[in-house]
Ligand binder design. Sequence first.
Ligand code: ZN
Length: 494
Amino acid sequence: MNRRPTSRRSALRLGGTALAAAGAPVLGVPAPGPSAEAAGRRPAPGSPGLGDPLFPTLGNGGYQVAHYDLTFDFTPVTYDYTGRVVLHARAQQDLSAFNLDTDGHTIDSVTVDGRAAGWALSPGGSGQELTVTPARPLRRSDAFTVTVRHHGNGKAPRSGLTGWRFGSDGGFACAAQASRADTFFPCNDHPSDKATWTFHLSAPEGYVAAANGELLRRTRRADGSTVWHFALRERMATELVGIAVVRGTYLYGSSHRGLPLRHIVPRGQEDRYRPVVDRTADHLAWLEAKFGRYPFSVYGCHIYDGHSDALENQTLSLFSTDWFTPDAAGRPRYETTMVHELVHQWYGDSVTPADWQQAWLNEGPAVHYAALYGEERGWSVLDDKMRAAYAGLDKIRAQDGPPGRPRELGGTNIYDGGALVLYALRLRIGDKRFARVMRLWPERFKDRNVTSEDFIRHAVRVTGDRSLHGFLRDWLFGAVNPPMPGRPDWRADT
Ligand SMILES: [Zn+2]
């Protein structure tokens, strides 16, 4: 995520505060009888949240999703949709019931392994909880399939903030980070539960559909609409879903080593945005030299006037049309934002925080390398930026928590503060060893979830320098800035 200076920080405060609008629980098919205690074990409900430090009710316990198959039938301008989501999951305990996160959907039916299941909606922390009671309890390690059919309207009131972004074309794009994938479809909405994905999105004539991953095929329907089928083979957290139905044009290209690029820009503005998206190939080459191969099979930029910021949706970063204005001197400094979201494809998307308190592991590298790119282009000086961040960070630590233990998402402590941790590490161990730490991280933890402790151990392992345990812990978790290595004159504002 990258915020424009004008955007309100509160837009990122997505969890915790919202109360569900639904008062009384909504009930579905009656729950099954008491044949429950199969094999002498006592199945129990999965927990309604994973206990994330910043979003305690996000996600659900008792199972992990292996694959989502998402069908979404959206009508532009009216914003009505019908959806079907199929979750292929595995039980991690004997389950009598389990939850999905949801918000703003009318649930039409729920089945588990093809059999009607009981269900109920109740208020949750940042949306609602959909509690599913299968006809028969699930045993630990069982693979099972949940199918939820639902419908609704994109603009309908929700109990929490929405992930929907509406453009002037009557279409939409999805900006789900951090906790709002559940405003599009019921899911296990926590970054620790990564899955592979297939998508089937309909778009009427004049519109195109977009989603993460590769376009497999398109099928025409009798009413003139087209269903677009996409597959994402690498695992992805729900927060990075990038579905959209827009009046857009696909622009194609490839990286210097032949990686397919596909971008979506507003229809009629192809000439304006073609040179912008064509810069992606150079950004990829610059970052692949630092981090190794790009971790997915396709990449691109979705430029849309419905969004106000920039967001690293996996394989398809989402940008506001407002980003792409040269500065007063005519320089394309917006490219640092393109680099920021591209860094996230390694740092955040492929390697994903285990919970939201680890978010500096996404934003620190994104800020650091975007600033480094700006420095190499002669637009800014990283050391100046870091000196200013150092001056302000003590106050921010006191107010919002240190970079490794933020009290909420979206603050400077995670962004510039996270970059400052990396800058301190770089000055301490030198450019060469720092480059090695940062290159080996996405290689070693590709497709996995990570914590700050993993990063500390990784830095120690790569450098052989055990003193980094204490060094990084002070920077990540301390109440005040430690001294900046090699910069004895740097002071915190008082
Ligand atoms: Zn970011």
